[in-house]
Ligand binder design. Structure first.
Ligand SMILES: Nc1nc2c(ncn2[C@@H]2O[C@H](COP(=O)(O)OP(=O)(O)OP(=O)(O)O)[C@@H](O)[C@H]2O)c(=O)[nH]1
Length: 221
């Protein structure tokens, strides 16, 4: 079951002040069990760290101003399947829904890092199959405050992100709000970039089609 929650009243229209269209972004938060998916999400939504979180899968709707624009985030805080063989799984429904992904592991838990790698690979494969190379992803190494229990180096995280063409941050959802803020804002930027480059590609295809129509007509004249 996925529960739908709103953290701030939604604006009635889709235009922000100054009549700029509202930006909407669906963000899927993935990762192994207990890595801090809910802690990161709740930190971003409320600025708070409450320590213990229920394990209900939720989609939060959150309206905020970012850089003078009205933004509506829908954040799906997913739960990791119990069965080991399903854990690297990201469903096609989730893939279709999401505009961007946050893949979380714990720097104290090497198996969560392996799972993050599998989930990144799955996102890349399915997006490629769907004809889209661009899928904005941020890899997050959480629990940075637990240095004495570190099992994954920052370098490994950075290299994995580089090889998967995704962004990378190490943060502590427990210690600061700033880390969570940067993750979601950076992802929003990537989502907006991928949308505008998508539009450009369509634009170029449109021009090519128009030109071939012109040349085609000339040939038949
Ligand atoms: N020290 C420390 N603990 C954290 C941090 N983030 C989360 N935790 C703790 O890790 C545990 C799991 O956090 P959750 O946010 O519930 O993790 P989750 O990935 O949503 O968990 P599930 O959805 O149940 O798999 C909780 O006890 C949190 O208090 C962090 O940055 N530092």
């Amino acid at each position: 079951m996925v529960v739908q929650l709103r953290t701030a009243p939604q604006q009635p229209g889709r235009m922000s002040e100054g009549s700029q269209p509202k930006v909407e972004a669906n963000i899927l938060v993935l990762g192994a069990e207990k890595v801090g998916k809910s802690a990161l999400t709740v930190r971003f939504l409320t600025r708070r760290f409450i320590g213990e979180y229920g394990d209900i899968e939720s989609v939060y709707t959150h309206n905020v101003m970012v850089g003078g624009r009205d933004v509506c985030f829908s954040i799906w805080d997913s739960t990791c399947p119990q069965a080991a063989e399903l854990q690297g799984w990201v469903s096609e429904k989730q893939l279709r829904w999401a505009d961007g992904f946050v893949v979380v592991y714990s720097i104290c838990d090497r198996s969560s890092f392996h799972l993050a790698r599998q989930q990144l690979q799955r996102i890349r494969q399915l997006k490629r199959r769907g004809g889209s190379e661009k899928s904005p992803v941020i890899l997050v190494g959480n629990k940075r405050d637990l240095q004495h229990r570190r099992a994954v180096s920052s370098e490994e995280g950075r290299l994995l992100a580089l090889s998967m063409n995704s962004g990378f941050f190490e943060i502590s959802a427990a210690e600061t709000y700033h880390g969570a803020l940067v993750v979601f804002h950076e992802l929003l930027d990537l989502v907006r970039d991928s949308r505008s480059s998508g539009k450009k590609a369509v634009g170029i295809r449109g021009i090519v089609r128009t030109m071939s129509a012109v040349f085609g007509r000339r040939r038949t004249e």
